[in-house]
Write a protein that binds this ligand. Sequence first.
Ligand SMILES: Cc1cc2nc3c(=O)[nH]c(=O)nc-3n(C[C@H](O)[C@H](O)[C@H](O)COP(=O)(O)O)c2cc1C
Length: 154
Amino acid sequence: MKRTEISFSWEASDFIKEDVLLFTRNGSQPNVMTLTFKSIGIILGDPCLTIFVNSKRFTSELLETNPEFTICRGGRVPDYIGGCGKYTGRDTEKISLFSMETLPGQLVSVPVLKECKVSYECKLVEYSESVIMEGYKMYIGQIEGVFLHENVSE
Ligand SMILES: Cc1cc2nc3c(=O)[nH]c(=O)nc-3n(C[C@H](O)[C@H](O)[C@H](O)COP(=O)(O)O)c2cc1C
């Protein structure tokens, strides 16, 4: 699977409107959840993703243990949106349950979905309680790289 680095803002309008998969990792154990609440832009000159995760989610714990994450959109992502938004990684290994094929991140320790269209690899720089979404935390990740997965259809 060839992955080509692209601009962070490539098809940003698709990124904003689609449900995506958010991968995290604790030690050898990766996890994935479905994510709707997110934004993309530039903060102090650096490309960043802002994501909103409920503080009760297992993913929230993982983000604060290992401050890296990846986001995948397009390709086969829609096949996994329902399942990854229903089960928790606290008691279910979703990646193997749904037979998801992953690839190692190229710039972070967190994997990406092999057959997604675009993967974003991020390092967490800051997080805080959200003011606009009660019970949620806002996590800001600096985008280390964005990759187009060649030969994966939209
Ligand atoms: C379509 C859809 C979108 C979702 N978007 C979000 C979101 O933006 N933020 C969030 O905290 N949870 C969201 N969820 C819920 C989580 O994906 C869900 O609670 C998941 O099981 C959490 O997994 P975890 O416990 O392994 O972290 C969404 C669920 C679905 C079905």
